[in-house]
Ligand binder design. Structure first.
Ligand code: SF4
Length: 414
């Protein structure tokens, strides 16, 4: 097992009860009978693809979406039985399911445990019901509390909570309130991203390209694929009355407050937007940020295998009509990365981590001296106080984190 190549699995479930007003992930509502059809195809794809990965050992599985917890529990059970049958999965693999309050029952949670799922990622976003309504979420804070308590009762000892800041009308007080309520529950992990206004969403109609993000945030292995939003019972015009977004100063204040408050309760920031109690950092995401190969399965899922990147077919009807027993039948936009592109990506993703990037790792991976390849960029950014060097590591400073996108730009090679 130890000689096998490390592989991460991401499985995409694109279904949601309804579309949130800010969301451009590949997700939508479908009639329930579609769940079965989709699962049949997904299982076909797993059989087809797994034959090419018999020399790999899966160290993490991430069932993301969409809302995977919307599926009937027997489908999740079947999916994991097939995954464990088809792949070599490490005994201590981190196995995560994304779940949304309002879709989690005790029965589902028990099936998850029995299926080998050992980590739950709960999408809360805000503890303020009015903010949740503005976002178009299907649940209240009370629904979240019930889901959280049920998950603890079912024995989940590793729970992550997703939060979102820079919401319409949000101030430091309401954000602090959300953080405090969540910290009282003592989840093992908290993700805190800034809202990004994405084209094709009702929020874009209201706010235009007022990108409120400081960090260009990204959750799990999700890949944003613009899709027209579907809001049953809602019209895009309902969103025109929303309050303005917080300005950049407020956004930054919220961001710095988050680090301080979470640190006071034992959460360490290990990535620009992710915090964990010691030992509970998300191994799946760390793999992504440090360049571990990942295989995406399901509609629109992204993969990065041996220096090649591709995305699966993103049209549901086409995906359902493919012969997925043939390995790679769903792969689209296959792109082989050049050495320069691999080095650039290694720097962008690695610098998201607070530990930074190691020159030794860079040398081992690319056979090139990182300090020479990026000599000019390092000198410039160090002069501006945006990075710090502690051999063999280089990492962002607090100021560098505030302008991380600008810093990352410096690592583009001509
Ligand atoms: S934000 Fe999450 S729950 Fe809401 S529509 Fe998008 S994927 Fe579904």
């Amino acid at each position: 097992m130890m000689n096998k190549r490390q592989l991460e699995l991401y499985i995409h479930i694109p279904f949601c009860a309804r579309k949130c007003a800010y969301c451009d992930f590949l997700s939508f509502a479908v009639p329930e009978h579609t769940y079965r059809n989709y699962m049949d195809k997904l299982i076909e794809e797993i059989y087809g693809q797994s034959a090419c990965f018999q020399d790999s050992c899966v160290t993490s599985i991430f069932l993301g979406g969409g809302t995977p917890s919307i599926l009937p529990p027997e489908l999740v059970e079947e999916l994991f039985a097939v995954l464990y049958n088809c792949f070599t999965v490490a005994e201590d693999a981190e196995v995560t399911i994304e779940a949304n309050p309002g879709t989690l029952t005790m029965e589902k949670l028990e099936v998850y445990k029995e299926s080998g799922i050992n980590r739950l990622s709960l999408g809360l976003q805000s503890a303020d019901d009015q903010e949740l309504r503005m976002l178009g979420r299907i649940h209240t804070f009370d629904d979240f509390l019930k889901s959280y308590q049920r998950a603890r009762q079912a024995g989940f000892a590793n729970i992550s909570v997703d939060l979102m800041s820079a919401l319409p009308g949000q101030d430091a007080y309401s954000w602090k309130n959300t953080l405090r309520k969540v910290m009282m529950l003592k989840p093992e992990h908290i993700s805190a991203y800034s809202l990004i206004i994405e084209e094709g969403t009702p929020f874009y109609e209201r706010y235009g390209r007022a990108d409120a993000s400081l960090d260009g945030g990204m959750a799990g292995n999700k890949r944003a694929v613009p899709v027209k939003s579907v809001l049953p019972g809602n019209s895009w015009n309902n969103y025109m009355e929303l309050p303005p977004l917080p300005d950049e100063d407020m956004d930054r204040e919220i961001y710095h407050m988050t680090k301080g408050l979470l640190a006071s309760q034992g959460y360490e920031r290990y990535e620009i937007s992710n915090y964990a109690r010691p030992g509970y950092e998300c191994r799946h995401n760390i793999g992504y940020w440090t360049g571990v190969d990942y295989l995406g399965l399901g509609l629109g899922a992204s993969s990065y295998i041996s220096g090649y990147r591709y995305r699966n077919e993103a049209d549901l009807h086409r995906y359902l009509s493919l012969d997925l027993q043939k390995a790679g039948a769903a792969a689209r936009d296959i792109q082989g990365l050049t050495l320069e592109e691999k080095m650039e990506e290694f720097m962008f993703l690695g610098l998201r981590m607070m530990q930074g990037v190691s020159g030794n790792e860079f040398l081992g991976r690319f056979g090139r001296n990182m300090w020479k390849v990026y000599d000019l960029a390092f000198r410039k950014l160090q002069g501006q106080g945006l990075i710090e060097v502690e051999m063999p590591w280089v990492r962002l400073t607090a100021r560098g984190i505030d302008v991380s996108n600008r810093v990352f730009h410096e690592f583009l090679l001509e």
